[in-house]
Design a protein around this ligand. Sequence first.
Ligand code: KMH
Ligand code: ZN
Length: 309
Amino acid sequence: MPSTSTIVTCAVTGAVQTPSMSDALPVTAAEIVEQAVAAHRAGAAILHLHVRRPEDGYPSGDVELYRPVIEALRSQTDAILNITTGGSTQMSLDERLAAARHFQPEIASLNMGTMNFDYSAAAKRVTHWKYDWERPYLENSRRVPFVNTLESIEQILRSLGSLGTRFEFECYDVGHLYTLAHFVELGLAKPPLFVQAVFGIRGGIGADHANLSHMQLIADKLFGDDYVFSAFAAGRHQLAFGLHSAMTGGHIRVGLEDSLFLGPGELAGSNAEQVTQARMLVEGLGKRLATPQEARALLRIGEDGAPRR
Ligand code: KMH
Ligand code: ZN
């Protein structure tokens, strides 16, 4: 359903980029909080969160590393917190789910299918490695699949859904929309569905604008008015896909999780810089950014009566 205000999600650090790729990538809890607060002030209503080991930036699912981040963001902002259940493609399911189970956020990400998810190409561009784990970690992504079976999706929907958490349904291909429709039929995925369409992952649908139009066409057929569309592309096409989404009444995701850049060859200095770029594009379209309260209303967060942040 087209919206007059645009929700910006900022995915602050993720698990695909590694510290050698950019000094701006936040690693410690203090860095993640500082950048997340600034991104929120710049206009991000939703903060999509991962954490890393402070000593070397290795992606982690440790609840104790999440704790200072979640506590600080809950006290310092009104942002909607979205805790990943994708973690890293190389974590076990239990490790991926621990933080969302523990903190019961307003939103958790939910990846809608098993797929190849190859982010090894970035390793070829790094000349100086800060940490020994980075290169083999990146290269391993070409070897191991990102496992999201129907059974595990159902388990996440049942366990987190029963706690009142809603979902960012990450759809990396058209087939993932049909998988989502299956869970709507089962009554486990509840409208309005927050569909985050992801383009340009090696293993998923390509960063071609015709694909975005097709994803919207199929989502319209499957879900009618029962979904809220958002989009991004990994890497250099990140914001172009957000713009395409906003132009067609959808929403935007930015953040260093998915792209380290502001423009060709220009590294972003922070997540907030990307949010500011998104704000300028949205305002250029004659629209405005959704506040967290407007985003909660659009996504019907908190309507089950359970207070959560
Ligand atoms: N970095 C995205 C392409 C998740 O956190 O659930 C994948 C992602 C997965 O956002
Ligand atoms: Zn993520």
